[in-house]
Write a protein that binds this ligand. Sequence first.
Ligand code: 13P
Length: 253
Amino acid sequence: MSDGGRRPLIAGNWKMHKTVAETRALLRELRARPLPRHVDVVVAPPFTALAAAHEELTESPIALGAQNVHEFTHGPFTGEISPVMLHELGVRFVIVGHSERRAAGETDADVNRKVHACLAHGLTPIVAVGETKDEHLAHRTHDRVTAQTRAAFEGVDAAAAARCVVAYEPIWAIGTGLSDSPENANGVIAEIRAAVDGLASARLLYGGSMKGENAPALMAQPDIDGGLIGGASLTANAFLEVIDAAGAATSAR
Ligand code: 13P
């Protein structure tokens, strides 16, 4: 796994789960357990829990992520959250263009503006790309994900792209319990890497029903540097199984 000196990264996307109290409880449980030193860990709670999460993560190696961001710093945008507000709360990563947000109307152009906004404000975007089941069955995966990736990084120079993260999340694998095969996921991720200058040295993740059981095989692939984890990030035990698998795959090299 993680060739070329890329540090493994395991990110938990909590989606619309966890109140403030539940966030504090889960982070305390995670902090009480040893984490492999050579794996970067990110948790992305809902906006309402970010301040509490930031407090709980004081002096922790676990980094804080958000699940969305607005492209502007401030203004008349009811219900939106700006990159400046996130940065102030200690957020360092932002999931951009998750398929659940794209399904709610977010376009490739929106994703691109959000990537630029993140980079302008010291936030690392975790850009999510992935094909639907129909596109998968019609063998359109390559075209779909390379188009999404190129659009997301339009106008981003290679050095900046290298600092970003991309997550390949086949939509048909999200929340279904059926992950992509490690070989197929690796092949698509290699294509994403080749689609944009700079992504050769960026961290590319797999997401979609990744959990303790399948993480070792996924992490053993040369182009898979980590995972974007939904369901298995919601309990300390399940999330730690994935983190430990990433740690073991790295030490096995
Ligand atoms: P699951 O791990 O629950 O399939 O979710 C993946 C995902 O959408 C992470 O962003």
